[in-house]
Design a protein around this ligand. Sequence first.
Ligand code: ATP
Ligand code: MG
Length: 332
Amino acid sequence: LPRVFSGMQPTSDSLHLGNYLGALRQWVAVQEDHDAFYCVVDLHAITVEVAPDVLRQRTRRTAAQYLAAGVDPDRSTVFVQSHAPEHAQLAWVLGCITGFGEASRMTQFKDKSVRGGSDRSSVGLFTYPILQAADILLYGTHLVPVGEDQRQHLELTRDLAQRFNARFGETFVVPEPYILGSTAKIMDLQDPTAKMSKSAQSATGLVDLLDDPKVVAKRIRSAVTDTGREVRFDREEKPGVSNLLGILAALTGATPEAVAAGYEGKGYGDLKADVAEVVLAELAPFQQRFTELLADPAELDRVLAAGALRAREVASVTLARASDRVGFLPAG
Ligand code: ATP
Ligand code: MG
């Protein structure tokens, strides 16, 4: 079976609708006919400051949300990044074939370091995309289901794989991004020019998967819409309305244009009410499963321990091959 790898950062107590529509939903779909590895990338999460207890709790909660969304641990490998030390080890090697200028061109670093204050951003935040490349390349990954914001990092991963292969001999599979155009970038409800993010300055533009239904409904009702009254799918002129149409389309299996056509003679309020209804219907069973999973932490830890074993089986072979190619002396 072709390999799939993807991950999310445990940077919040709850994933949001962008994580779900942009990535998690695709993870569930592709696990049917792929050998999938789904990782909670806690090494990435410490690139910004976080309290140890908070990180531990978010790591468990993130894993539980994968399962609640329908990732099947009997079919897919679900694990925590720090349980497989091969990730950090390969990242070092890849960092040594990455140009400083090349790494400096990553726009996500620029965005995040500006937000946090540029002198407060860590070297880890800067080298983040190299660690991400290691995550992916360790598993001989063919396909990486992610949101649009990860396209540039994926391009770097491909460049590094090709560069390593050219310099040291065929070692890594060169992965392809799997980015679904229609749901690849869910926007912040309060600022529809920015993507919805766990690390947003204000939570009022997020739809968190684990939020109370009343909060979800209120956030959607308060979403920033655009001047005029007409419900039309036009990302340039009507970014707020188009974001809502995109969400509704994704959850009903229609195109945003077709959904928009149904609002002739109706207003923004009608659209928002329908979005809230459809989102809440999607979240109810998810929240129910999440609660059950979190009530049994021993079972969750068992899933993660089994996942780590399987992940290391694959990762250690790739790391050993890469180490040999580079010229590291075998340990014994
Ligand atoms: P952070 O702000 O901490 O970076 P995030 O919301 O960007 O959090 P990540 O853990 O970085 O979430 O990303 C997890 C996955 O979700 C990635 O595949 C990413 O591309 C996808 N993703 C994140 N935000 C969106 C969004 N607004 N729309 C679609 N996909 C998204
Ligand atoms: Mg992110």
